[in-house]
Design a protein around this ligand. Structure first.
Ligand code: S3P
Length: 429
């Protein structure tokens, strides 16, 4: 589907951001492995999280989905059953990587696959450490690509020094550690999002973290919980940038997740000169949340690198749009991970911005964006099947000097199905 975008006259109003994708996935997974019911409010009804619901239903877990809440009827750590078909995770990297860790320690076999993007993404990064724990996982191309065959077996604990700061890798190893004797530890080069650690703790696991290390003790008894999923800061990011770069804007974003491992976007926008205020902060299940108000502001370029990258890894495409509208040059480094996301985001974001007349260099480890030149009319962009590219280019289109078009726009349903109508509702008429 093609989406026409016309320049915005300003975005104003209050909006509730859809639920956090990472927390929604984990609420279904850990709820399934817990004893008793887990009640989830604020769940993200996007395609990715529904893939996780489908996966656990196929392993015998009853999950009641209603508009106001989801109830997972958990069966305990050993309550899953062998699915009678291949598990299809769709576009969801979080589903395939995290459940690989869970499935490795079961007493049955599974086959995991996904869409064309998933079948190109690196799976060796989870297969390797899980194999070192005793797991029996095979995949295409020398055990690096899905489809994956997981032969459930007995696992042993280990200490794993991960070469990448990846919450998906960390979580896969920690979840396998639930089925191993003793403590399983992961050490990362820099800290990735810590939702697994926080949520496992609230379900009653023995889990400890310090700096870039996290460790979990095997064979816990997890107890069903009430989970309030905050709004996803990775979705809020589109409005934080749009509200900053589109004149005459003032948007209040209610109940957004503010976990410090995810708030790199706020640090960067403030550093670029954005006008953001945070109010009503509180915490639930260890997760910080609050309301963010954004007003239009003049932005300037910046440099983003190092330990900041994992704290904003999914926001780089929309930060690139902010950079295109900011005065001066912005450089992003240490962001090689962007090449193996739903698309090669260094390439796809550069192609998108170039359609608006912006000069962008793709670097070995990031991007250089020459900002401050008005985004030109007539851009035709492609989502490349990547939800974050579709939404980032929408923001660019709203800030451009004339109409733009985005092809394959329906990719947004992965993380924000009502994105277009929610944006329209904020439009000044
Ligand atoms: C996620 C972790 C991130 C992120 C992805 C969701 C998670 O991936 O890009 O969208 O829920 O654990 P990596 O931590 O592997 O970079």
């Amino acid at each position: 589907m093609k989406q026409q975008i016309t320049p915005s006259k300003g975005l104003r109003g209050t909006v509730t951001i859809p639920g956090d994708k990472s927390i929604s996935h984990r609420s279904i997974m850990f709820g399934s492995l817990a004893e008793g019911d887990t009640e989830i409010t604020g769940f993200l009804y996007g395609d990715d999280c529904l893939s996780t619901v489908g996966a656990f239903r196929s392993m015998g877990i009853t999950i009641d989905v209603a508009e106001e809440k989801i109830v997972v009827h958990g069966k305990g750590l050993h309550g899953l059953q062998e699915p009678d078909n291949v598990i299809d995770v769709g576009n969801s990297g979080t589903t395939i990587r995290l459940i690989s860790g869970i499935l490795a320690g079961q007493e049955f076999n599974t086959v995991l696959t996904g869409d064309a993007s998933i079948r190109k993404r690196p799976m060796g990064r989870v297969i390797k450490p899980l194999t070192a724990m005793g797991a029996k996982i095979t995949g295409r191309q020398g055990n690096t690509l899905a489809p994956l065959c997981v032969e459930g077996t007995k696992l042993h604990a280990m200490q794993y020094q991960s070469p990448v700061a990846s919450a998906q890798v960390k979580s896969a190893v920690l979840l396998a550690g639930l089925y191993a004797d003793g403590w399983t530890e992961v050490i990362e080069p820099s800290l990735s999002r810590n939702h697994t650690e926080l949520m496992l703790q609230s379900f009653g696991a023995e889990i400890e973290s310090e700096g870039n290390r996290a460790r979990v003790k095997g064979h816990p008894r997890l107890k069903g919980q009430r989970i309030e999923v905050p709004g996803d800061i990775s979705s809020a990011a589109y409005l934080l940038v749009a509200g900053s770069i589109i004149p005459n804007s003032e948007i209040c974003l209610k109940n957004v997740g503010l976990n410090p491992t995810r708030t790199g976007i706020i640090d960067v926008l403030l550093d670029m000169g954005a006008d953001l205020t945070i109010a009503n902060t509180r915490s639930s299940g260890g997760e910080l949340m609050g309301d963010i108000t954004v007003r239009s502001a003049k932005l300037h370029g910046t440099t983003i690198a190092g330990e900041l990258i994992p704290r904003l890894v999914d926001e780089v495409p929309v930060i690139a749009v902010a950079a295109a509208c900011a005065d001066g040059v912005t450089e992003i480094h240490d962001a090689q991970e962007l090449k193996v996301k739903e698309s090669n985001r260094l390439e796809t974001v550069a192609q998108g911005l170039r359609a608006f007349g912006c000069q962008v260099d793709v670097l070995e480890d990031g991007l250089r964006i020459y900002g401050g030149v008005p985004l030109q009319a007539g851009a035709v962009c492609h989502s490349f099947g990547d939800h974050r590219i579709a939404m980032s280019m929408t923001v660019a289109g709203l800030a451009a000097q004339g109409a733009a078009e985005i092809e394959n726009f329906e990719a947004v349903s992965v993380s924000w199905p009502s994105f277009w109508t929610d944006m329209q509702a904020l439009e000044v008429r």
